[in-house]
Design a protein around this ligand. Structure first.
Ligand code: ADP
Ligand code: MG
Length: 702
């Protein structure tokens, strides 16, 4: 791992391209550096001084140039690469290039960025940017950015793929008393990327939480692997832009059309242990609570309020989150009765009633946080003349410190509440007007606790015929595979209906006799994504009708899809498992994260409900089990309403085996088992299709 502390805690900083010209970035940089505790060294061949500081004609004209810790480059794009080369030659190792006009600016810019990266490699430079707004290190008062707003020191380190996000966030943070440790605008990431900074902050004891604004992650596997190692100790909160960019989904019910970029990122963040925030404010809330508060010991939550309505809103939000409403058990009820007026009902939400004063809040909060039935609390106050919210802040702080449990607040009202909010922020308690937001912050602590306690097992190994699967794929002289290649599944131990591929009515009948009808006939045509749409599937055909059905299927294929290649007809065993459900197991290959495995409700439901779960391959047993539990139809599989529970172990194993298959045979770009028929007596992969595509160098690297 490279040490990046020189970027955030330098002693001598050169600004190459420093100037006094109003409106110039080179001027804003020098101005922002006035609060810097170290030395600022402007470099510009056409100036003697910049804003009262001695200016040097070039980097190597600076005395003791090799002791410069950081060079910030704000020269025009056409000379930037040359300037960075000089910096490297002079022995400076940390460089921030704010200059734009690189990969974001067309082919010439891309070329320039390649040159820049090459120079950086040559001189072993830790280079941020280009095309970024700069870096901040509050430990030494370093504001090497050209944007407004400098945050207070604090425990959160921020990285952002958008410079505008940095500018916007800093302004907001200053107003809301959120403090930062290090801030980096990543720009085009020609050299250093989000993974490098994750590694750096992992080793930084002063960074309690990493907040990341992410638009796109280049090396998905490296990100997941690194984040996984970082998140148990240093929570990572990600705000991901482009959530809806998964685009228009085709109605086709196969994994390739269902898995957008969003699913890949959601799966990657989940597996990496990254806490996902829905927006900027939520991201800052989450960072703040994770930095300032202990994790709840249990997910049971108490709500203490002096107003009924907001308490109900909070209770709804609790139900919608990972948290649950704590039950008021007998010991807690007794304590509450002893310590509170008789007209306060010992319930949760605990309504202290409109005449509550600060003492009543103290008694109530102390009682609920003292209860083993409560993991954390939400404190709500609507303004009354009976107390001063500032006093309530003191009460909250002292009581929560005594119990070591997290508390979030919703102290409503105008100006006094705003002052209280500032005090709370300093304590790591984000105050919200909206009870829902307060609850979501508390839930995020529980989310992270679940992440930190997670164990990542290795994927299970199974006895599989890898050679046969590789052979089938190598022999395929087409991009698409259909039921004729069902053997790909059986080679990996996935149960399929017994059957065979035939190409005459006589052979069809013979096959049916062997299987013992009634049977299923289906067109084996890789070109037909939905065989039944063209009448290509006949279910429950008696042996006597098999020959005629064979003819009919072939005729239909010719009539409706003359262009489709038909490789024959598969005659197979009729799968009639009692109390069965059709599910889907699918795979698609994502350019950044590799194979993405999907499980969901299958058959016609796929299109109607979109009830699916995704993981990045390789899928472990724990992950596969998580997928079966995560879909909305999970209760149905577990056996709701008197149904016998499905054989979930068999489902889990099928997901793992499919994951193994695509890992072993990376040419599989898409695969669908739809339906995987699931019943109490096991599973059967009743339909199969795949698309082959040799992986490119940066794909399928998992
Ligand atoms: P496609 O999805 O291309 O239309 P399938 O092979 O999935 O074709 O068949 C359509 C439907 O027919 C399946 O969803 C399933 O309900 C039923 N089916 C197919 N094969 C069998 C089988 N062997 N046993 C029982 N039902 C089957
Ligand atoms: Mg199907």
């Amino acid at each position: 791992m490279t040490d990046l502390s020189g970027l955030f805690r330098p002693d001598r900083v050169a600004v190459v391209g420093a100037t006094e010209r109003p409106g110039a970035i080179g001027r804003a940089l020098v101005e922002n550096l006035t609060r810097f505790e170290g030395t600022v060294l402007p470099v510009n061949p056409s100036r003697e001084t910049v804003l009262g500081l001695d200016c040097y004609p070039s980097i190597d004209a600076v005395p003791d140039v090799e002791t410069i810790d950081l060079a910030v480059v704000a020269v025009p794009a056409d000379v930037a690469v040359e300037v960075v080369r000089e910096i490297g030659q002079a022995g400076v190792r940390n460089v921030v290039v704010v200059t734009a006009g690189f990969a974001e600016a067309g082919p010439e810019g891309r070329e320039r960025e390649r040159d820049l990266a090459a120079v950086a490699r040559e001189h072993d430079l830790r280079l941020v940017g280009p095309n970024c707004v700069g870096v901040i290190g509050t430990a030494v008062g370093l504001d090497a950015t050209f944007v407004d707003g400098y945050p207070d020191p604090g425990p959160v380190s921020l990285m952002s793929q958008s410079g505008a996000f940095v500018a916007a966030t800093l302004g907001w943070a200053v107003r809301h008393d959120v403090g930062f440790r290090d801030v980096v605008s990543l720009g085009n990431e020609a050299v250093l990327d989000e993974v490098d900074f994750l590694e750096h902050w992992r080793e930084d004891p002063e960074t309690a939480v990493v907040l990341a604004y992410v638009e796109d992650i280049e090396d998905g596997s490296r990100f997941v692997e690194t984040a996984r190692a970082v998140t148990p100790d240093t929570p990572v909160v990600a705000i991901k832009a482009g959530r809806t960019a998964s685009g228009a989904r085709a109605a086709a019910s196969h994994t390739g059309s269902m898995a957008g970029r969003e699913e890949a990122y959601a799966a990657a963040f989940a597996e990496a242990g990254v806490v996902r925030a829905g927006g900027i404010e939520a991201g800052l809330d989450f960072a703040q609570v994770l930095a300032g508060q202990p994790a709840p010991t249990t997910e049971t939550t108490a709500i203490v309020t002096n107003g009924g309505g907001p308490g109900v809103l909070a209770a709804d939000a609790v139900e919608d989150s990972r948290l649950t409403l704590a039950e008021v058990d007998r010991p807690l009820a007794t304590t509450l009765r002893e310590r509170l007026p008789a007209r306060v009902e010992p319930t949760n939400p605990l309504d202290l009633i409109g005449d509550a004063d600060v003492d009543r809040y103290r008694e109530a909060l102390d009682a609920v946080l003292g209860s083993t039935a409560v993991g954390g609390a939400v404190v709500i106050s609507v303004p009354t003349t009976l107390f001063d919210v500032t006093d309530l802040v003191d009460v909250i702080d002292s009581v929560r410190a005594r119990h070591g449990k997290p508390v979030v607040t919703c102290l409503m009202g105008g100006e006094p509440a705003e002052r209280a909010a500032a005090d709370l922020a300093a304590l790591g308690i984000p105050n919200h007007f909206d009870p829902g937001r307060a609850v979501r912050s508390l839930a995020c602590l529980a989310d992270h606790r679940a992440i930190a306690g997670r164990e990542y097992g290795a994927p299970r190994t199974f006895d599989v015929d890898r050679e046969r699967a590789t052979e089938i794929v190598a022999d395929a002289d087409r991009e698409r595979l259909g039921v004729e290649a069902t053997e790909l599944l059986s080679a990996y131990g996935i149960p399929v209906p017994d059957g065979e591929l035939v190409d005459s009515p006589e052979a069809a009948r013979a096959a049916a006799e062997r299987l013992g009808g009634p049977v299923v006939l289906k067109l084996a045509s890789p070109d037909l994504v939905h065989k039944s749409d063209v009448g290509g599937v006949a279910v429950g055909v008696p042996v006597a009708e098999v020959a005629a059905t064979y003819e009919r299927l072939r005729e239909r294929a010719t009539a409706t899809r003359p262009d489709a290649t038909v490789l024959g007809v598969r005659v197979e065993e009729l799968v009639a498992l009692p109390e069965s459900t059709e599910t889907i197991v699918g795979v698609t290959r994502d350019p950044q994260f590799g194979h993405l495995v999907m499980f969901g409700l299958g058959g016609v439901f796929v299109q109607v409900f979109d009830d699916t779960a995704f993981r990045i391959a390789p899928v472990t047993e724990r992950e596969a089990r998580g997928m079966t539990a995560e879909i909305q139809a999970a209760p149905m599989l577990r056996g709701a309403r008197g149904r016998a529970p499905a054989d979930l172990d068999a489902v889990v194993e099928t997901i793992e085996r499919v994951s193994r298959l695509v890992e072993d045979v990376p040419e599989i770009a898409e695969l669908d088992v739809n339906p995987l028929v699931v019943s109490p007596a096991g599973v059967r992969a009743v339909d199969f299709r795949a698309r082959l595509d040799p992986p490119t160098a940066d794909e399928g690297s998992d």
